[in-house]
Design a protein around this ligand. Structure first.
Ligand SMILES: [Zn+2]
Length: 449
């Protein structure tokens, strides 16, 4: 649902640098690893990184691997179907003049221009959500259930969709009203300031997301268990992070995926870990995950992400400006659109942005994947748990293909693949033999059928 907001939300998600990590199985915390090797040099030379990586990858049973590959590769096609369905729905709105009628209705209700824009937006997002609902329900509900990745029944799932729609109505309105105000005042050069407003909007959403949006979908509480909380806060202090609390949220409401994230912006930044992670991972695994999240924080990934996506937004708006001029000159009259300042052109703008972001998929994925890899390095250096890290990376394999080809990873992966991450962990371990944890290496992660 709310495919229109999808692109906005996609960028927002990228900006808040959400991290997801998949499931592990056994509960309880293992004691930290025991140093096992005396002579570091001898071990670093004899340690075969590739063999260690393959040994970890082999922990996932073939049937589990096949299921995960099918799920993830299906996602490649969904990228295409999502973009195509957006283009088709937008074209319908233009071709049959539904967009024009929504504008006319808004104009009959009020003479106040900003309110007309807002009223148009409300009709638009509801109509689009209804038209794209079949694909949304397949993608978000049936497909997730089929792969065992969704815990929700239909009722609670629909409730979340409805809340997302409500958020889309409000946030979209907040963006659309000033954007069309700018077009009316600035004419052809609107796109420069339009891009600036959009970037400010993304920063605003990142700012409010952890405090006002995330709690709409999950319950956030302060983590109490001092066996987990104390080592995490100690790591935070060591890394100069002024955190006094770690948040826990009930992600098990939606799925079994283990995840943690650092979200927020300019004062609302917080580190949260989900209940699946707490239930299913050992302390070394939780520590390496939190080290990764602290990396996002210390390396200022929220700000860097905003700058990099900001550049894409500016270029995107230049392209959008061209698309709108081109489309209106040819078909504007057929579609009942009066010109650049007419809110009824929104479907045309969405077509332009859909095509743009679809083509940029490898670029946006590379931006986030690169930051994720940086956070992995930070996690290894701060938590010093390469075996715990390899286990967490493997758990991701439940819904992210473990061992893709390099081109495939470049195009489709917004996080590094399991093989890339485990290779980094084993490379680190080879140089730090004292960090080896036989318990983590031996720990079974998947139910063998
Ligand atoms: Zn991350």
């Amino acid at each position: 649902m709310v495919r229109v907001m999808g692109y906005v939300v996609q960028v927002v998600l990228l900006c808040t640098v959400l991290t997801a990590i998949a499931t592990a199985q056994s509960a309880g915390g293992n004691p930290a690893s025991t140093p096992s090797v005396a002579d570091g040099h001898a071990t670093s030379e004899s340690f075969d990184v590739n063999a260690a990586v393959n040994a970890y990858l082999a922990k996932m049973p073939p049937a589990e691997r096949a299921r995960s590959n099918a799920y993830f590769e299906g996602g490649y096609w969904l990228l295409l179907w999502d973009s195509l369905s957006t283009v088709v729905v937008m074209w319908l709105l233009l071709r049959f003049r539904w967009s024009m009628r929504m504008r006319d209705l808004a104009e009959r209700i009020t003479r106040f221009r900003p309110l007309q824009t807002a009223l148009y937006w409300v009709q638009f997002i509801i109509v689009v959500s209804v038209l794209t609902f079949p694909l949304s329900i397949y993608e978000g509900y049936f497909r997730e259930r089929e792969y065992g990745l969704l815990n929700q029944t239909f009722g609670p799932w629909m409730r979340d969709q409805a809340v997302m729609l409500a958020v889309g109505v409000v946030l979209g309105g907040i963006l659309m009203v000033p954007l069309f105000g700018l077009v009316r005042r600035l004419g052809r050069s609107w796109w420069v300031w339009g891009a600036v407003v959009t970037i400010l909007f993304l920063a605003f959403v990142s700012l409010i997301a952890p405090v006002y949006l995330a709690p709409l979908f999950n319950k956030y509480t302060k983590l109490q268990d001092s066996r987990i909380k104390d080592p995490i806060l100690s790591m935070a202090r060591a890394n100069g992070i002024p955190a006094t609390d770690v948040y826990e949220f009930d992600a098990s409401r939606q799925s079994n995926r283990v995840s943690a994230n650092v979200s927020g912006f300019a004062g609302t930044q917080r580190i949260s870990l989900n209940d699946n992670l707490l239930k299913r991972c050992t302390l070394p695994e939780i520590e390496t995950t939190m080290g990764h999240e602290m990396g996002h924080y210390v390396l200022n990934h929220a700000y860097k992400g905003l700058v990099m996506f900001g550049v894409l937004v500016v270029i995107g708006f230049a392209f959008l400006s061209w698309c709108i001029s081109f489309g209106l000159a040819r078909w504007g009259e057929n579609w009942g659109i009066r010109g650049m300042t007419d809110v009824a052109l929104l479907p045309l703008a969405i077509i332009g942005l859909s095509v743009y972001f679809f083509l940029l998929t490898p670029v946006t994925n590379t931006i986030t994947r690169t930051m994720e890899f940086e956070a992995d390095m930070y996690g290894l250096n701060s938590a010093r748990q390469p075996d715990g890290e390899a286990n967490v990376d493997l758990m991701l394999g439940e819904y992210r293909k473990l061992d893709p080809g390099p081109v495939e990873e470049f195009i489709f992966f917004d996080h590094p693949s399991g093989r890339t991450r485990i290779t980094a962990a084993m490379r680190w371990k080879a140089q730090h033999p004292e960090s080896a944890s036989p318990e983590e290496l031996a720990r079974p992660l998947f139910n063998t059928p």
